[in-house]
Every structure is written in structure tokens, then in C-alpha cells.
Design a protein around this ligand. Sequence first.
Ligand SMILES: *[C@@H]1O[C@H](CO)[C@@H](O)[C@H](O)[C@H]1NC(C)=O
Ligand SMILES: *[C@@H]1O[C@H](CO)[C@@H](O)[C@H](O)[C@H]1NC(C)=O
Ligand SMILES: *[C@@H]1O[C@H](CO)[C@@H](O)[C@H](O)[C@H]1NC(C)=O
Ligand SMILES: *[C@@H]1O[C@H](CO)[C@@H](O)[C@H](O)[C@H]1NC(C)=O
Ligand SMILES: *[C@@H]1O[C@H](CO)[C@@H](O)[C@H](O)[C@H]1NC(C)=O
Ligand SMILES: *[C@@H]1O[C@H](CO)[C@@H](O)[C@H](O)[C@H]1NC(C)=O
Length: 899
Amino acid sequence: MHLPQAVLTLLLLNVPLISAKPAKRFYDTHNYYVVEHKSQHLDDASLDDAAAALGVELVEPAGEIPNHWIVRRPKDVHALYSRSDDAVDPVLQKYQELKQLAETHVVARSDSTHNARRVVDSVPFLEKQTLRRRSKRAPPPIRPGDEEQPSPTSARGIAARLKIQDPLFPDQWHLVNDESPEHMMNVVPVWDMGFTGKGIISSIIDDGLEFESEDLKDNFDAEDSYDYNDHEPLPRPKNSDDHHGTRCAGQVAASKNNACGVGIAYDSRVAGVRILSGPITDVDEAAALNYGYQNVSIYSCSWGPPDNGVSMEGPSYIIKKAVVNGINKGRAGKGSIFVFASGNGAAQGDQCNFDGYTNSIYSVTVSAVDHRGNHPYYSESCAANMIVAYSSGDGKHIVTTDKGKNHCTHSHGGTSAAAPNAVGVLALALQARPELTWRDVQHLCVETARRINPNDEDWEKTVGDRYYSYKYGFGALDAEEYVKAAQTWKLVKPQAWFDTPTVRLDNGTVDTNGTYSGGTPIGAGGVNSTISITKEMALERNFEKLEHINVKVWINHTRRGDVEVEVMSPNGVRSVLAKRRRSDSSDSGFPGWTFMSVKHWGEDPVGNWTIRVFDQQSEEQQGLFLGWNMIFWGSTIDPSRAVQFDLQPSDEYLLPPKEVPPPALPPAATTTQTLHTSTATATQTNEAVALTTTATAGATGTSIPTADEGWFPSMSKLVTSQKWFFAALGAVAVFGLGIGAFLWKRRMSRVSGASHYSALAGEEVSMTARGGGALTGGTRTTRDLYDAFGELSDDDDEYGDESTALNRAVARQAGGGAGVGRSNLGFHSGFLDDDEQSAAPTAAAPLYRDEPNSTVRRNSTTDLSGSEVSSEEELSSCGPPSPNGSSSLGESWEHASRA
Ligand SMILES: *[C@@H]1O[C@H](CO)[C@@H](O)[C@H](O)[C@H]1NC(C)=O
Ligand SMILES: *[C@@H]1O[C@H](CO)[C@@H](O)[C@H](O)[C@H]1NC(C)=O
Ligand SMILES: *[C@@H]1O[C@H](CO)[C@@H](O)[C@H](O)[C@H]1NC(C)=O
Ligand SMILES: *[C@@H]1O[C@H](CO)[C@@H](O)[C@H](O)[C@H]1NC(C)=O
Ligand SMILES: *[C@@H]1O[C@H](CO)[C@@H](O)[C@H](O)[C@H]1NC(C)=O
Ligand SMILES: *[C@@H]1O[C@H](CO)[C@@H](O)[C@H](O)[C@H]1NC(C)=O
């Protein structure tokens, strides 16, 4: 059913390719799904055939994710009267039936099995969408502190020299700190160099953006803005507390004018994508993270799963898929920059390695320091922290634009405000050096961050003379250092990675029902296990220098918060991945949870990596360590052999995992002999040692890629053929799912992180609130997953009118070469144009609360001694003097282990 080329061309010519704004959603009357559709064989079902077979209508492409579509089906009227939560979903059931039919033995093959196979082969992924809510990383409450006005001289002097008339500029201590000049973002020297963010667009994914504000209207980018809560083109803040996004936007791009203060990149532009003002689906969140991703350089994300020290949650497959898509394709292939706030849950014992957004290798994870360079009580620690930026604490807050036409605030803060300060600096750097890839941006963080508060015992030496702290990451982001380094930075070679085999301890297994079996009991001294990395493993995958590591674990425990995990590198550098979490009493363990560490950046990965899993040795609570594996991420030896990472659907919890062979590398351009010699020495030093041979230097890859060609000018053929292969593999993985897996997932979603938000105020409540099924407070956040049983009321005959926008979208994707067979799919335009309410954010959804729980005590229970840097620790064994109570209340993560 391929359209003739001429028709296609006509279609493309007739319809402007400017992407339309997303369609309004009708959650009250329709169920929404996301499907991946690929025509791999001539025979595969076209998109509309597949939709017809599944009984759904096409809505629009799933954001920017290639080959993924949003589809919907009217809710069953009867289901509205019955308890719809438990009702079986007809689309998911149909998909199951088709899969079963497709797997029918050849002998029994019939037309219907053939058709089922056509559909199933073309739809490797289908997921129902449910509404859920992310938490803003709202400013922690003001605590009394030193309210003394800073001496205005220096800030006033700069204002006069730079003709800054914004009345609150002198109060913006994060820009010019008169009291502690060593503690500020240090942007003035960069402004003096002529960089003010011109030409750079940042997208504030948040609760809206006051685009009519005097301070923001000139820098507002409407084209790249959208409201996914109310499905309107502009991200107008509507709820009374929708001021968070506007405040963040002001920090980045408030104009140099007469209103409030100025943004760090005050000539840059900001878009607003509204997702936090009510529940949204995963596919809309995914689309939000790619919204405008060719023009937008940086996505500022000051939100995530609840910071309650209980939840362990990350982005779902479709959201991760969007992030990888932004990394691979965004910014003309240089990669979208995702900046995430580390979280405000430190006082609740929360750690950013329990948050799958902040512990993603694709995120620049930003924690907070206060105006004196101290660690504020709220700011979360973990081995995934990359840098800190200035924010509230010790009596001072961030001064920025507020909701309203000409409103300002003196009370913005939390890691929420740290992240946009980093975004502003990165916008300056991208103006200075637009060709930085997403990994260059991270490298520059590692290389240039300033080691503040050097006596803090959280600092540990890693390789060379580099230090790392769970609280501060590699240190405070300094705009001047960063931008200067960016100007002369030698761009890194493309990414390489390799996985280790999965180690199973005592036949540790997690089956498709999510049932744990086997595993080594965690006794006194914990369980240690080693993975040996050989030079050959790295060479075989064209791997040169280490950046991030992932450590994935399967641990079954009666009380998850008791479990601690750390990994020791061959060079004696230890990453603490999980510390005790007092509030986390979940019994669902770590079913294939992935931790991340940046602490080993620049190390030689060759040698033994040893994981240690231990617990509190309590009498009532025990557990088993079942298995683990690692992924090493870094740079290639030979850039011409680089392969782009892509994500395939898989059941992350299965142990042993489904084996998926890594993508084949293109043949070496040079003899492997020379390459071998080059890596043998390449890893130990910090510098990006350009030891690739002269032969490789002659290849295209070592030159700086232009924006248009990216690193992979000659890769397209390869990528295409590999896509085919992996799509097939992915499909196999998906088809292999048992019905039980769906039930398991549902069970897990009910069990995990089920504490009610308001329970945070009192520890006792939060202990008993488990199992409530709500992640952020509303019942609507419980994830519905595949319901595989029940009646199918098949009603395929509900396709509406043609819709140009949809055709346009189909044509757009068809341009990629997939088989097209348009018939009469449509928007149901009549339906879409009416006034019906979409799912309005319910007032019932409780608000985020992040009052520190003053009853939380951090007793020492665990000794993590044995680190290589103990002499360093002894030096500062008294700990840093804490200037006042606010910074020391929660004690730090690391300190807690040493009292
Ligand atoms: C985005 O980029 C395209 C192509 O570079 C350009 O035509 C368009 O105007 C840009 N949009 C904005 C909002 O800058
Ligand atoms: C693991 O499984 C193998 C084969 O099924 C068996 O021989 C072995 O005894 C088991 N080991 C443990 C510790 O259960
Ligand atoms: C999963 O559970 C179902 C129902 O209890 C059972 O029939 C099936 O055998 C289980 N699967 C595995 C792999 O244990
Ligand atoms: C391990 O998991 C199983 C179910 O998957 C559970 O029945 C058992 O109690 C768990 N054991 C421990 C020690 O947590
Ligand atoms: C694991 O290694 C640590 C040192 O890193 C040691 O203290 C502990 O006793 C070991 N545990 C076991 C069970 O061998
Ligand atoms: C690495 O571990 C293996 C076994 O776990 C051991 O035989 C080997 O000696 C270790 N290598 C080093 C360098 O410690």
C-alpha cells in the first residue's frame, strides 16, 4: 500500500512542514496509547491497518520520537459505570490476542494469523497512557538567618558600569555577591567578554511561564512553547501556585531593563513548556522533553519524582526514548542539554541516585550551595551529582522575576533554583562555543567546577588531582572558568560504551512475574562481588576513556531503606551508590534498578570492580543480593567506528536479562594493532590524550564536526541497517512478554514509592501510608498497565474525517521511508473542536510539601571506611565549621556515616 512517489511529493509540497501544535486531549472520554509503528517488511501492516486492527484512531506523532504515534479509543460507556480501574482495556487485550494469534504454529496458519502477524510485526511497542504528576522542586521554606543587606558598592558599581537599571540587581547576590565575592555564579566577566546568551534558546519545562511579564516578554519564544496540561499553545500560568517556571525563566533570561533583576543570559530566549500544573501522560512528558529540540538548546527541569526519601522512580521507557532521541538528534545532532535539579529531599534522607532522571547519564545534575558556599539542608547528594550552583540557604534566597506583569520575588530557592542558574551559564557557553556536544558540556563541568569548601570531608580524591563530593559533585559551576575553557576546548570524540556480563549470585533470578528467587543472603560484612574488566573488553568496543558508569542491581529485601550499595574501582576509588534511607520501608527491593556514578570520570576501567551490598543487620529485616552488571560509558578510540546508542524496549527487571548483542561496530579504518597500543596507555591520565594513531587522525572523525553533519557523516547506512536488526530484536523482546508481566508491573507500581505526600510532615504517618497507590498524592498517579484479560468490545468503525494536520504528520514521517497507506484516518475534528474539558488538573491533588522534618535524625549506623583517601578525611576530621544551624541540621549524607 505504498503511495506513489508523486502523490507523496504532492502531499509534502501542499502541506507546510511546520509542525502543528499538539492536539487537545480528552481524557474524560478517551483512553490514550502510544504505539511504535515500523514497516520492516513489504508485507507489514500500514499504520492505519494496524490502528484499525487494534481498534484505535490516530491522534498525532508522539512528539519527536521517530515512528511512535499517539492513538486513542473512546472509553467504553459501560466501563464508566463499572469500576473502570479494574476493567480490562480492549486495546491491550486486542494486542495480546493478535500476538497470540501471530505466534500460532505454522500448520494452523490462516488468513487471520497472517494478518495478526502483519500487525504485530509492525507494532513492536504499545503502551496505555495514564495521568500522573511530577513534583516541583519547590523552594524550601525560609529559615531565619542573617538578613543584613549586603554592602551595595560592588554590585552597584557593576550596575553603573554595565548600565543595568533593573532595580533588584543589587539584591541578586548569585550574580554579584558583595558579602562573599568568592560565592557567586561569576557571570560579570563573561558579560564583559560580550556573551549574554544571544541566539540561544532554553526551554523551561515547568508549571508555565509568565510570557507577558515585563521582564520576560521580549525574550519569550512562543514558537517553542506549549501547555501540555491544558493543551493550549501558550504556557500561561493559571493555578495560584504556578509561579515556579516563571521564576526559573527569570533566572535564565530576564531582560536587562527596568523590571526586577536580570537573567544570567539576559539576551537569550526562553520557551515555556507547561507540564507540572496537573497530571499528564508519559507520552506528553516525552514530547515535552523534545519540544522544539532543533531550536532549543537546553531543557531546564526543576522537577522529578517525589523527594520523600521513599520513592525510587525513574522515567518510563517512552520518556527515556525521548531523552535518547534528543541526545542523538537534538540541536542538529550535537544533543539536547538536559539540566535536572538534584532534589530537595536531603532532610528526608533522599538521594538523587533513587531518581532515574537525576541519575541518567544524559542529565547535568545540579545540586545547591548557599551564598556562603555551604551545603543547604535540603540539597540531595549522590554519586550522580555533577555540579552545584548557588541557591537558597542560610537566610538568603534567589531574587528573580515572578508571576504577574511586573512582579519580582525575593524567595525563590531550592535545587529548583540551582538548576536554572546552571542553565544560564550553559547558555552563555553555547553562545561562545555553539559546537559543544552534550558530552562536551559535561566534560567542561567536570574540568572547570570550583572546589568550594575544600575542608568538607565529603571531598574525596579520585584520579590525578581531581576531587569529587557527593554533595558538591565536581564543585561549583563558575561562569568565567566555564566559558573560557569552552572557547578553546577540544571537542570530545563520539561516545562509546560496553556492558559487562550479568553476574548472578547463587542462581539469583527474577522471573516474568517479578518473583525473586535464589541470591546470596546479606549477612554481617555484606556481600561482595567482583567483575573483572580486561583491556580486550574495552578495545573490542572501541572504548578509550571513561566518563559515566552504570551499576544495575537486583536485590530482594524486606526493607529497602536498610540496603546500602557501593562500588570500588580497580584504582581504589569508591562510589557510594545507595545509603540508608530511614523512611523507605518498601519490601519490593531493587528489581534491576540502575545507579549511576560520575565519580570515576577519567579513570582506567581495566581491572576488578567490586560491589559491596550490605544492610543494617537488623534481626527482623533481611535480604538477598541476586545479581548485578555494569555499563561503562566514555569516548571512542576510533571515531570513524562510532555507533549511536539507541534504546529498545526491554523488561528491565528480568534476571538474567534478555541477551541483546551490542550493535556491530563498523570495521576499523586502520590496523587494530596500532589502536591497541594507543589505548594501553590512554586511560590513566586526565587529559583527553589524543593517542589515536596518525592513521585514524586521517579519518573524518577526528575533525570537528559541523552542525549539519554531526559526528556521523558516513554512518547513515549503517545506522539504518542496524535499526532494522535491532527493531526486530526489540520486537522479539516485546513479544516474549507474558501476561503475568503485566500483572507484575501493576503490582510493582502499587508497591513502590507509595507514600502519600502529605505524610511527609509526620514520620509515623509516612511509615503506614505504604500501599496507598499514590505516588504524589492523587489517586490518579497510580500507573495503569496492561490489563490482559476481559472482554473486547470491538468497534473498529469509528474513524472520523480527514485531517490535514494528521496527514501532514503522516507525510512527515513517511518522508523517512516507512510504508504509508493513508486512507481515512482522522482527528475526529468535530470532536476535537468542541468545548469539552480535557482532564482538568484537579484541585484535589495535594501540593508538594518540602518542609524539613525536624524530627529526622541522622544517627550513624554504618561505617564506610576503607577509602583510599582517609588521610584527606583525617585532615578535616572536625568537619567544616557550620556557619549556622540551617546548613548543618540535616548533616550531610556522607557525614552521617561517620559520627
Ligand atoms: C527555528 O529554526 C528554524 C530553522 O533554523 C527557523 O526557521 C525558525 O524560525 C526557528 N524558530 C525560532 C523560534 O527561532
Ligand atoms: C544453581 O543451579 C544449578 C543448576 O540448576 C545447580 O546445580 C546449583 O546447585 C544451584 N546453586 C545454588 C547455590 O542453588
Ligand atoms: C507467573 O504466575 C502465573 C500465575 O500465578 C503462573 O501460572 C506462571 O507459571 C508464573 N510464571 C513464572 C515464570 O513463574
Ligand atoms: C524475596 O522475594 C520473594 C518474592 O519475590 C518474597 O516472598 C521473599 O520474602 C523475599 N525475601 C526477602 C528476604 O526479602
Ligand atoms: C567485603 O569487603 C569489605 C571491604 O571492602 C570487607 O570489610 C568485608 O568484610 C567484605 N565482606 C565479605 C563478606 O567478605
Ligand atoms: C580480580 O579478581 C579475580 C577473581 O575475582 C582475581 O583472580 C584477580 O587476581 C583479581 N585481580 C586483581 C588485579 O586484583
